[in-house]
Design a protein around this ligand. Sequence first.
Ligand SMILES: [Zn+2]
Length: 328
Amino acid sequence: MGLSEIVGHEKQLETLRQSFLTGRLHQAYLFIGPDGIGKRTLALAMAQAIHCAELETDFCGACGACRAIQTGNHADVRILEPLSNKKDISIQQVRELEKALSLRSFSGRQKVAIIDPATLMNWAAQNALLKTLEEPPQGCVLILIASNAGGLLPTVRSRTFALSFAALPRQLMVSFLISRKGKTKEQAEFLAALAMGSLGAVTKIDKEKMIEKRLEWMKTLSSLSAGDYRAALNAAETLAGNREETLKFLEWAGLWYRDLLSFRIAHVTDHIVNIDMLPQIAEQAAGISEDDLFSLLSKTGEASQLIQRNVNRRMVLEDLLLRAVERP
Ligand SMILES: [Zn+2]
């Protein structure tokens, strides 16, 4: 492991690397950017680079200190996040953090506090943190993580060194998924498109076995030919089996109709999510009008909302899929 193995964010990494090399880390950082693109990973990497027993200004990922930080068990590295069952980070938690930061470091190196997401500190908590930001105890690095700066007090923001992070470029994610996660090119293309620049989202999509399921779903939707009401009713019955699955299906079906629409309208493939199903997309798009696609797309969204409100799943799906076969 090491800073060089972090995926993407080269400019930000270079800034941090320079700070490490010159021994001039800021006392408070604000990592800002979309969720799931590696901000916390990088914050932990910084903590590891400070504490690694093997390397200077970088980290090995294998020594005791590196592993303790990775598992959240290092005495000098704290992560502040909402307690379980709580929605925000409380003033109490911030006070405890301040106290911990004012004590001597166990390792003799800098203490690190990661607040993630910093926007979940309520106003009182943020005000309490101001004191620490104004007069940081010696040898501390604070890293605030947020998807946007909107929820932060301007006074908090202005006392941090902000690094902005962007979603990872699709091609970078694809090569990472192939070389490091053992995905095929097709799987990687699909995951990268669906995850929209977030490696965190990839893990989630992967766990839900979306890759396997959507093949089935695609076959079901593609087999619904105009006027085949029986097929639509059968499909509705199959897909209504389980609430979570139904919602997942609808989420995917929305993407599928959007893919058909972008292919039909623009014939460009840049924004297509199910990129590995391009032949089927081309075939399906040719047999359906734009109006029908728009209508199905909005109906898919409505169906999802109805099911979340516990309207009968089979009824909702029948309504949607009958609309799919009901074309001239
Ligand atoms: Zn190490």
